[in-house]
Design a binder for this molecule. Sequence first.
Ligand code: SAM
Length: 312
Amino acid sequence: MSKAHTTAVKSFNLNHSTYDKYRLSFSKELTKKFLVDLKLASESEYHTDKKILELAAGTGKFTRNLVEFGWGENLVAVDPSSGMLTTLKKNFPSIKTYEGSSYELPLPDSSFDSVVIAQGWHWFSDRASLKELYRVLKPNGTLGMIWNFDVARKESLVDTLSPELLQKGKELAASLPNSQEKPYLLSHAILGDTWAAKTGDLAYGYDVNVPQYRHGNWRNVLSEHNDYFTSIEKETFLLHDAAIKREDIYLYWETRSYITALSQNEKDKLKVKLNEALDKYVTDDDKVLINGEEYLHRIIGAHAITLTSKKQ
Ligand SMILES: C[S@@+](CC[C@H](N)C(=O)[O-])C[C@H]1O[C@@H](n2cnc3c(N)ncnc32)[C@H](O)[C@@H]1O
């Protein structure tokens, strides 16, 4: 049996409190569309009688959306990191949690209508995981993965989802080949010499040896024929505005497992380089005031995919 990736489990056991504070929340707009695609909602209501397994639930960043949409006793959260689950239980004391991984779930056969995975599938995107997810899903159960990803751009649009940007994102997504490079191309197509681009490049210099969403390899096993799931049926991209305080930018990147795993000396070097890039690239147009406090504007991309179990 395979085991959960050690960098993931070690780092997330250490950083769960900062992770919970500095990582991004998930777009409610995309979550709603995602739940409709998973047959867990219609346009007018959420089917909270459907049983959901949230795998790789972490501290509950996506769980929050499910709870706000009404899930409670029909939601089960699983993660191999006891640290992450400690924070999840503090955030959502009434949600059932289990320590477990995609390779061995402490759950009965054919017991869930849907499995959802937020910001996690890239850690275990293999056939053994698909087989285990197939086992716990009911016949024709659905499987969905959702991610946030960093995007940068020059124009400054604040506060609300901008229709122009959304349109631009949709057009770009439609014009790109449907390949594993798509999210990467999408973000780089609107990338400039922005603070977000430059600081992201510095942090990404460290992520080469760990499975990451932006590398796109998570798509491979889903594209090969297998006995467990259909190929990807629905795929949605969304871009939305967000803001971060300048002093939180290092902490945001430090929640990445591959940055958590660096020595203190290397972390300090990265901090200096990030500050140099911020001094050089932040412009007045990037600055926004929210409740009297200064933030830097940035764009976040969100991406969701859904598949259906072949179990009859
Ligand atoms: C980036 S965090 C995402 C957490 C949370 N879903 C969120 O969106 O913030 C990735 C999570 O995947 C979990 N993970 C790593 N390998 C796993 C596996 N094989 N099966 C299930 N979860 C795994 C980690 O422990 C970690 O909590």
